[in-house]
Design a protein around this ligand. Structure first.
Ligand SMILES: Nc1ncnc2c1ncn2[C@@H]1O[C@H](COP(=O)(O)OP(=O)(O)O)[C@@H](O)[C@H]1O
Ligand SMILES: N[C@@H](CCC(=O)OP(=O)(O)O)C(=O)O
Length: 265
């Protein structure tokens, strides 16, 4: 069993576009149902959960019948604005089945460097926890430019973990964890089960993505893990193809790649 499981309370779960949408970008209802079920189950077991969900650009592109993923920033922003509504409606309808409310929070990663905005965000999160609501976060794509080019919800999820003092960040992707190199390109790639320090060697494992809907690949996941570990927050990177994995991860089962922060020493 992993160390964090003994005293785990506040958890941030990040799902990539590839984990909650179909190949064509449409919202995958079955996956969102399973995800909401797991989040609600975790709440019922006393965890405080926050979801960081990508998928707005993919869902919006499908709804607008765009042939390909948009390639200009403005079109991505427009698609995101459409898709975000669809995504939140779906989350809230399904969470309602389990008697929970979702709350939409749109942030940018600059939140950490603006003292007033940071205080406001912390206060809002605190009240949402008191009210037993499940905060659902996405990048505020309309006002983001750098982020929308690189699609960096991995980093955003690390920043959210830092500002709410989370115990654990769970990054769910379309792959079982961090490998020695991209297993889609190299059949000799091996799963790395534990990372204690983000060394140059670990960084060199990370490549980008060829996914139609995903964006950052492993580069942004490793940088997210680094941001968490330096604040004593553990990170697990695992495959979101079956959302039941969330329960197993929270229970400390040895799944995926565990980025173990120094607080465990
Ligand atoms: N060292 C590596 N280990 C695992 N996956 C890697 C690695 N380097 C690159 N990748 C790629 O990163 C992809 C996951 O990133 P991404 O498509 O951005 O997913 P998400 O939508 O979940 O954020 C994998 O499908 C894989 O092809
Ligand atoms: N804000 C964007 C996030 C893009 C992003 O980070 O995507 P992913 O690499 O799938 O986590 C969206 O909702 O589409």
């Amino acid at each position: 069993m992993r160390e964090f499981a003994k005293n785990l309370k506040r958890v941030v779960i990040k799902v990539g576009s590839s984990s909650i949408t179909h190949e064509n970008g449409d919202i995958n209802l079955r996956k969102i149902f399973d995800l909401c079920w797991q989040l609600s189950d975790a709440k019922n077991h006393g965890y405080e959960v926050v979801l960081v969900s990508s998928g707005a650009i993919a869902a919006g592109s499908k709804r607008l019948n765009l042939k390909d993923r948009p390639n200009t920033t403005a079109l991505k922003q427009a698609a995101s604005a459409v898709g975000q509504v669809a995504l939140m409606n779906t989350y809230n309808r399904i969470l309602g089945e389990f008697s929970y409310h979702g709350a939409q929070i749109l942030l940018t990663k600059h939140i950490e460097t603006d003292e007033l905005m940071l205080t406001n965000a912390k206060n809002a999160f605190k009240e949402l926890f008191n009210l037993n609501v499940i905060p659902i976060i996405n990048e505020n794509d309309t006002i983001s430019t750098f982020e929308i080019k690189f699609g960096d919800n991995d980093t955003l999820s690390a920043i959210v973990s830092r500002i709410i003092d989370a115990d654990l960040l769970v990054l769910l992707s379309d792959i079982d964890g961090l490998y020695t190199c991209d297993p889609r390109e190299n059949s000799d790639a091996e799963l790395i089960k534990n990372v204690d320090t983000i060394t140059e060697e670990i960084k060199s494992c990370a490549q980008g993505t060829n996914s139609k809907v995903g964006t950052g690949g492993m580069v942004t996941k490793i940088s997210a893990a680094n941001l968490c570990m330096e604040k004593g927050i553990d990170v697990v990177l695992a495959n979101g193809k079956d959302m039941k994995i969330i329960k197993d991860i929270l229970e400390g089962k040895e799944i995926g790649t565990y980025f173990r922060s120094k607080k465990n020493d």
